[in-house]
Design a protein around this ligand. Structure first.
Ligand code: GDP
Length: 305
């Protein structure tokens, strides 16, 4: 079964890793949000793309879910001692990625070409594509003014109350080479358990139409996020955070919805949105959890094709 997965960072990467374990590599394409990308210390940084790549390469830090395992922090600590900003933590190995990516971009290579080369170097077999080669920048509209995504997410620790989001550049951004073709060739598209507002919406804006069965996995379990501000965002936008809120968020696009057993009592309400449902353990603590969730979801999709 050929699958395209839409992913943000940590939640998306964990599920994409599960899929990579249960699908032949040629059957999986992961399309990753680049709305979080930014420049820092003159370097071009792609937090979600790097998280997905490091995770599929088995190099991710298991404690944080982002960054590299066995990382050291000499460069950023030395820069901070000289007065440089230290709010965005850049590890020494991770900096190698940003240095080489930036060097290539300055030479005129595209983000998708660079990502393809990096994936080869890291021995990643499945296809990982940035959503676009053109810049799209997620702006968080808050009660304290508009903030660039990393400014909101990392520097301000998601504290300002959210009013809305804007994806600058999205009107002219084209899907990266391979994105449309992968969707066309896919049997189904899976929306990973990523933040619907800031990880998945930018991808949906770039991709525009999907003429394939789409299923989504809730990143909200028991009304809370596993990590990150998705539940806080729903709340501040006047929507009670829950698996139902996520199902409603995607309901014009999806045919099936996967959510956690702790939310089993919401099944009737979700089914009433005209969605097929899979209620299962969606919390991925271990590698086995990732694999198990991926194979449950593939069977769920299989019964509908
Ligand atoms: P970010 O860009 O690093 O914030 O990454 P994502 O948007 O991909 O992931 C953030 C979302 O993943 C949050 O809303 C979390 O609740 C969700 N998430 C993280 N781990 C898990 C998990 O094990 N299971 C589920 N269902 N959601 C998860």
């Amino acid at each position: 079964m050929k699958i395209v997965a839409f992913a943000g960072g940590v939640g998306g990467a964990k599920f994409a890793h599960g899929l990579a374990h249960v699908l032949p590599p040629e059957d999986l394409t992961v399309i990753v949000n680049t709305g979080d990308d930014f420049e820092h210390y003159g370097l071009y940084i792609c937090p979600d793309l790097d998280t997905v790549c490091y995770t599929l390469a088995g190099m991710a830090n298991p404690d944080t879910g982002w960054g590299r395992v066995n990382e050291t922090w000499d460069v950023i600590e030395n820069a901070a001692r000289l007065g440089g900003p230290a709010w965005f933590r850049l590890g020494d190995q991770d900096l190698g990625t940003h240095l080489e990516r930036t060097r290539r971009m300055k030479e005129g290579q595209t983000l998708s070409q660079i990502t393809e080369d990096f994936c080869k170097a890291w021995d990643i077999q499945s296809m990982i594509l940035p959503m676009s080669d053109q810049p799209v920048r997620t702006m968080v509209e808050t009660e304290e003014g508009d903030l660039a995504f990393q400014e909101y997410f990392v520097h301000r620790r998601c504290e300002p109350r959210v009013r809305g989001f804007r994806f600058e550049g999205v009107e002219v951004a084209e899907p990266a080479p391979g994105v449309k073709e992968a969707i066309q060739a896919a049997d189904a598209v899976i929306i990973c358990p990523s933040n619907p507002w800031v990880s998945i919406n930018p991808i949906l804006h770039v991709v525009k139409s999907i003429e394939k069965p789409v299923i989504a996995i809730s990143p909200i379990i028991g009304g809370k996020t596993v990590k990150g501000p998705a539940a806080k965002m729903y709340h501040e936008l006047g929507i009670e955070p829950s698996a139902v809120a996520v199902a409603r968020h995607y309901c014009d696009l999806i045919t099936g919805f996967v959510f956690d057993t702790v939310d089993r009592q919401l099944e009737g309400e979700i089914k009433s949105l005209n969605l097929r449902t899979l209620v299962t353990n969606t919390l991925m603590h271990s590698h086995d959890d990732r694999k198990q969730l991926a194979s449950h979801i593939l069977s769920f999709i299989g019964t509908d094709l």
